[in-house]
Design a protein around this ligand. Structure first.
Ligand code: ATP
Length: 251
């Protein structure tokens, strides 16, 4: 049985077809990249999976749960987490507090007035920060850290719900070349250690080809190819539409 089965997924925005009849299945433990030019529908695709958007057509099944009828927080409870293209942390809280808040929220204790929040999950937070190599930054104000470290923190926040499936929307966007390498190494390491299934969008082809087991290409909302990196590299339609200018880098 597939971990995620997407069938005939479509999203229409007031007459504009942003996603059209997308079919895709993911196996447990797979690292799958979604690539495609700007505006191809990658973020819309993610939003339909995590139900931040209600798709116009189709179904998304996680094991045997239909996600399109759920709310985003119910989807998190099933074991699916995501990061967003824009940084999504509390800049005025410390690194430690950001992860702590995520853990408290995940355990549904946000309204628990009996135990003060500051004492909760300290060991778990420390473990999470170690996992993303941010232990030394625990007391730093999140908003003043480097962009790369803010993305690492976002990863820790996403991991707080102990997901089995992690969706990352352009995890290295805006990073320096060194930050990109560090970040990808970290993501790969965490995915292996936690046996995560990873679905990610990414523009940097070096990143894509370094971690993806399989990839899918979206073009004008349609999924035009799915396969292993070598199959995608050699797919004539993909080369013509998208990879052409990057193909030499990716080879
Ligand atoms: N809420 C919305 N209302 C109307 N149109 C939208 C909405 N969200 C996205 N679109 C349109 O749908 C298309 C796909 O957008 P989407 O953001 O999913 O693409 P993308 O592949 O993630 O692009 P990028 O690589 O630039 O992030 C675009 O033409 C976009 O303008």
């Amino acid at each position: 049985m597939s971990l995620l089965t997407i069938t005939n997924l479509g999203m229409n925005f007031d007459g504009f077809q942003a996603l059209n009849a997308v079919d895709l299945t993911l196996s447990e433990g797979e690292k799958h990249a979604i690539i495609g030019p700007n505006g191809a529908g990658k973020t819309t695709f993610f939003n339909c999976i995590t139900r931040h958007l209600k798709p116009t057509t189709g179904s998304v099944t996680y094991w045997d749960s239909e996600l399109t009828v759920l709310k985003p927080h119910q989807i998190v409870k099933l074991g699916i987490a995501r990061s967003f293209q824009r940084i999504n942390i509390y800049p005025e809280l410390t690194v430690f507090e950001n992860v702590q808040v995520a853990l408290i929220a995940d355990h549904g204790q946000i309204f628990n007035m009996i135990r003060p929040g500051a004492s909760l999950y300290r060991d778990e937070v420390a473990r999470m920060l170690e996992l993303v190599s941010l232990s030394d930054d625990a007391d730093a104000m999140a908003g003043v850290m480097s962009y790369g470290k803010q993305k690492q923190l976002e990863l820790a926040v996403a991991l707080a719900s102990e997901p089995d499936l992690l969706l990352l929307d352009e995890p290295t966007a805006g990073m320096s070349p060194q930050e990109t390498i560090d970040s990808i190494t970290l993501i790969g390491k965490i995915a292996e250690a936690r046996k995560l299934t990873l679905l990610f969008t990414e523009h940097d082809m070096n990143v894509v080809f370094s971690i993806a087991d399989r990839l899918s290409v979206l073009h004008h909302g349609e999924l035009i190819a799915t396969g292993r990196p070598d199959e995608i590299r050699q797919n004539p339609e993909v080369r013509r539409i998208y990879l052409g200018e990057h193909a030499d880098n990716a080879a």
